[in-house]
Design a protein around this ligand. Structure first.
Ligand code: NAD
Length: 486
């Protein structure tokens, strides 16, 4: 059952969803729960819909179903699993506008951005669906034939945050299933509806138990991460929770991939073209209203271009339109939830006290979690605005004279997710980028993710990678087949 969100004639987003019953997918059935959790529209602070909250029995049933489905699923030829994933991509494509609208309603981002997330989810699903990983022969001589196989792990638990909820769910689902695992997906309590809608497609396409989607009111995480029948946890979220997930994985030595927080620096070299660079920096610093692990969060600009760059980024921030994601001219939607909104207010206060605000600085005087894109200059390196991950549209621009000093400051962080270097001399920029302590250093770009390129964090930004051969292999264990020939 599903309502067509696009076809509705209702005038408010809340009305759009009133007829839709969001249900969990457990063991091949769409099921309700005794308890529900109110999902809030961050653009209005009104209740959008009720999401089911799985009981402990339902959580256990989801894991049991995934475990039961594993032997048959993993026994299918990889081409058949790939074909089912391709069919899923097609089914999502047919309802892409509906998914995008739902993401905007519950997450807050502009509709075009939500559609971009859905399109990225489809593209990544297709890329993983097309893979046919096979054994690698490391030796084949008179003595022996040695092959490295990659064996699926069993039940994978995917834990999702709320910033790109649909895309994140799909880029975990596709490689996990292709490699022969079964899944339990736990969406964030504040953005579960797109996952429930996905369940409506999966129920018709996949064998019972292969994918289970549960609802969470905030306490399901530890029940699932501690479950002895979960073989692997693929987690995206904060560093603090990532550490708790890692600890709970220890008892049964679960495999763990952690994609955690970031405090990405951007170094702007003295030969950068200021106007063009400012536009890119602005885009990637404030994308998703500043709620991306790989937003540019600290900008280090050479003193010779510092004032001009600050002015240009401030100009762009002042010109941006903040509003509900469903309004066509909106550049930036609200923050996703009340907790983030409170945190942002704290950072705005810090910006006032410790730096010079050259754009923004306020929340909007209307319902909804709206924060102006805020640009801060002349701020000390030790301010929490610089040292902490501000998951909000508040960004700091610092000046440097000595490039070595800029590199040292960029690297002086417990995080190491992404970084970028901007300049006209690409070789020089690339040499600087090579020295940055992070999972990905971009040159004259930021944020670019591809399904065939590994993405992950160094230091406290994560453990392991997603995407690429390395990321796909993280859903498997190595199995060596060593055959003597004499
Ligand atoms: P969060 O860590 O609070 O929550 C992430 C998920 O973990 C949610 O589904 C939550 O319900 C669940 N969770 C909470 N406590 C748990 C526990 N004890 N055991 C198991 N699961 C638990 O993060 P968030 O607030 O949803 O997202 C924001 C954070 O995520 C930011 O720090 C951001 O940088 C990070 N993030 C990282 C990436 C990346 O790829 N590196 C991507 C997006 C977000």
């Amino acid at each position: 059952m599903s309502a067509n969100l696009e076809a509705t004639t209702a005038t408010t987003p809340t009305d759009d969803l009133s007829a839709h019953s969001f249900r969990m997918l457990i063991n091949g059935s769409l099921v309700d729960a005794a308890e529900t959790f109110d999902v809030i529209n961050p653009a209005t602070e009104e209740i959008l819909a009720a999401s089911p909250v799985a009981s402990v029995e339902q959580l256990n049933e989801a894991v049991r179903a995934a475990k039961q489905a594993f032997p048959a699923w993993t026994g299918l030829p990889v081409a058949e699993r790939g074909a089912l994933l391709e069919a899923l991509a097609e089914a999502i494509e047919e309802r892409a506008d509906e998914f995008a609208r739902l993401v905007t309603l519950e997450q807050g981002k502009p509709l075009a951005a939500s559609r971009g997330d859905v399109d990225a989810a489809i593209a990544f699903t297709r890329a993983f669906a097309a893979l046919r990983p096979g054994p690698e022969v490391v030796r084949d001589d008179d003595q022996a034939r040695i092959e490295i196989h990659h064996k699926p792990l069993g039940v994978v638990l995917a834990i999702l945050p709320w910033n790109f909820p649909f895309f994140q769910g799909m880029y975990k689902l596709a490689p996990a299933l292709l490699t022969g695992n079964t899944l339990v997906i736990k969406p964030s309590p504040t953005t579960p509806l797109n996952a429930m809608l996905l369940g409506e497609l999966l129920v018709d396409l996949f064998p019972a138990g292969v994918v289970n989607i549960i609802g969470d009111g905030g306490s399901a995480g530890p029940v699932l991460t501690g479950h002895p029948d979960v073989a692997k946890i693929s987690f995206t979220g904060s560093t603090a929770v990532g550490k708790a997930v890692l600890a709970s994985a220890a008892s049964t030595l679960k495999r763990v991939t952690l994609e955690l927080g970031g405090n990405d620096p951007a170094i702007v070299l003295d030969d950068a073209e200021v106007r063009k660079t400012a536009a890119e920096l602005f885009k990637w610093a404030f994308a998703n209203s500043g709620q991306v692990c790989i937003n540019i969060k600290r900008i280090y600009a050479h003193s010779s271009i510092y004032d001009e760059l600050c002015d240009e980024i401030a100009r762009l921030a002042k010109a941006a339109k903040i509003g509900p994601g469903l309004e066509p001219d909106t550049d930036f939607g609200p923050l996703q939830n009340a907790k983030q909104f409170q945190a942002a207010k704290g950072y705005l206060q810090l910006a006032k006290e410790q730096g010079t605000i050259i754009a923004g600085g306020n929340v909007l005087d209307r319902p909804g979690y709206f924060v102006e894109p805020t640009v801060v200059r002349d701020i000390g390196e030790d301010s929490p605005l610089v040292t902490q991950e501000t998951f909000a549209p508040i960004r700091s621009i610092m000046s440097y004279d000595d490039l070595e000093d800029a590199i040292a400051r960029a690297n002086n962080s417990a995080y190491g997710l992404g970084a970028s270097v901007w300049g006209a001399d690409i070789e020089r920029a690339a040499a600087v980028a090579d020295r940055l302590e992070c999972g990905t250093s971009w040159v004259n770009q930021h944020f670019a993710l591809q399904p065939d390129v590994p993405f992950g964090g160094r230091k406290q930004s994560g453990l392991g990678v997603e995407f690429g051969t390395e990321g796909v292999n993280e859903f498997t264990d190595v199995h060596v087949l060593n055959i003597a020939k004499n």
